[in-house]
Ligand binder design. Structure first.
Ligand SMILES: NC(=O)c1ccc[n+]([C@@H]2O[C@H](COP(=O)([O-])OP(=O)(O)OC[C@H]3O[C@@H](n4cnc5c(N)ncnc54)[C@H](OP(=O)(O)O)[C@@H]3O)[C@@H](O)[C@H]2O)c1
Length: 259
C-alpha cells in the first residue's frame, strides 16, 4: 500500500487559483492528495491548471466568478460539496494591488481594492464557514507585509485592505474556534506573480524586482512555491494549535526600512 499523502481525502477551495500564489497552492495541494476546487474569473486559465493537475493524477475542477459578488462564495462552496462531499479548507488568495497615496487615490480605485481584497474575502469566509464547521477545517488568508505589519508610502488602498485582512483573520479565528475551525493569515513580501503587472500598478517591473534584492534582507524576492509551502503547513493537522496568527514570509522585508 502506498504512503498516505498529507491531504488525502481532504477538499480545499482556493480562490485566485488562475495565477500566482493561488495557482501554486492549488498545484501543491493536489500533489499532496487533496481534492482541489479552483476559483477565479478567467475560465481558460483555470481549466489549464486543472488539466495539469489531472495529468499528474490529481483531482480538481474549476469554478468561475467574481469574489466581489456575494453570490459567488455560496455558489463555489455548493459546487465543492456537490462534487467532493465536503470542505476541509479555504485559501483566500484572490486579490488585487492598488497604487496611490491618500491624496490621489480616486474613489473608484479605493472601492476596487476594498471590494476585492476585503469584501470578497469576507464573502468567501462567510459562505464557507458552515461547511468548514462540519469538517473542523481551516482557512488561510493571504495578507501582505504591506498591511497589518507596516505601511508603505503611495500604497494606501492596498495597505488598508491588507490590514483589514489581518483583522478579519483574527475575528474569524475567534468566532470559529469553538467549532474547531482554525483561521490564519500569511504576510508575504514581494513574490514573483502577475500582481504587480496585471493592472500596471508597477511601471518598471524588472527594476522593481532588482530593488527587491536590497529591500529584502535575505537578498532576493520570493517565489510562489515557498509561499504555497507555508499555506499548506497552516492548513494541515500539524498546525492544529495555530489560529489567529499572521505569519510573515518576506525574506525579512518587515524588518527593513521603507522602500
Ligand atoms: N505577489 C506579491 O508580491 C504579493 C505579496 C503580498 C501579498 N500578495 C497577495 O497574494 C494574493 C495572490 O496574489 P498574486 O501575487 O498571486 O497575484 P496574481 O498572480 O495577480 O493573482 C491574483 C489572483 O486573484 C484573482 N482575482 C483577482 N481579483 C479577483 C476577483 N475580483 N474575483 C475572483 N478572483 C480574483 C485572479 O484571478 P482572475 O483574474 O482569473 O480573476 C488571480 O488568480 C493577493 O491577495 C495579493 O495581494 C501578493
Amino acid at each position: 500500500m502506498g504512503e498516505l499523502k498529507r491531504f488525502e481525502g481532504r477538499t480545499v477551495l482556493v480562490t485566485g487559483a488562475s495565477s500566482g500564489i493561488g495557482r501554486a497552492t492549488a498545484r501543491a495541494l493536489a500533489a499532496e492528495g487533496a481534492n482541489v476546487v479552483l476559483g477565479g474569473r478567467r475560465r481558460e486559465r483555470l481549466d489549464e491548471v486543472v488539466r495539469g493537475i489531472e495529468a499528474a493524477g490529481g483531482a480538481a475542477f474549476a469554478v468561475t466568478g467574481d469574489v466581489r459578488d456575494e453570490a459567488t462564495g455560496p455558489a463555489w462552496v455548493a459546487a465543492a460539496l456537490a462534487r467532493f462531499g465536503g470542505l476541509d479548507g479555504l485559501v483566500n488568495a484572490a486579490g488585487v494591488l492598488g497604487n496611490g497615496s491618500v491624496m490621489d487615490t480616486t474613489t473608484a480605485e479605493w472601492r476596487r481594492v476594498m471590494d476585492a481584497n476585503v469584501d470578497g474575502l469576507f464573502f468567501m469566509t462567510r459562505a464557507a464557514a458552515g461547511a468548514l464547521k462540519t469538517r473542523k477545517g481551516a482557512i488561510v488568508n493571504v495578507a501582505s507585509v504591506a498591511g497589518g505589519v507596516r505601511p508603505y508610502p503611495g500604497l494606501a488602498s492596498y495597505c488598508v485592505s491588507k490590514a483589514a485582512v489581518d483583522m478579519i483573520t483574527r475575528c474569524s479565528a475567534l468566532d470559529l474556534a469553538p467549532f474547531g475551525v482554525r483561521v490564519n493569515a500569511i504576510s508575504p513580501g514581494v513574490v514573483v506573480t502577475e500582481l504587480h503587472t496585471v493592472t500596471g500598478a508597477v511601471a518598471d517591473y524588472p527594476g522593481f524586482l532588482e530593488r527587491g534584492k536590497t529591500t529584502h534582507p535575505i537578498g532576493r524576492v520570493g517565489n510562489v512555491e515557498e509561499v504555497a509551502s507555508l499555506i499548506l503547513f497552516l492548513l494541515a493537522d500539524g498546525a492544529g494549535w495555530i489560529t489567529g496568527a499572521n505569519v510573515s514570509i518576506d525574506g525579512g522585508r518587515a524588518l527593513a526600512s521603507a522602500r
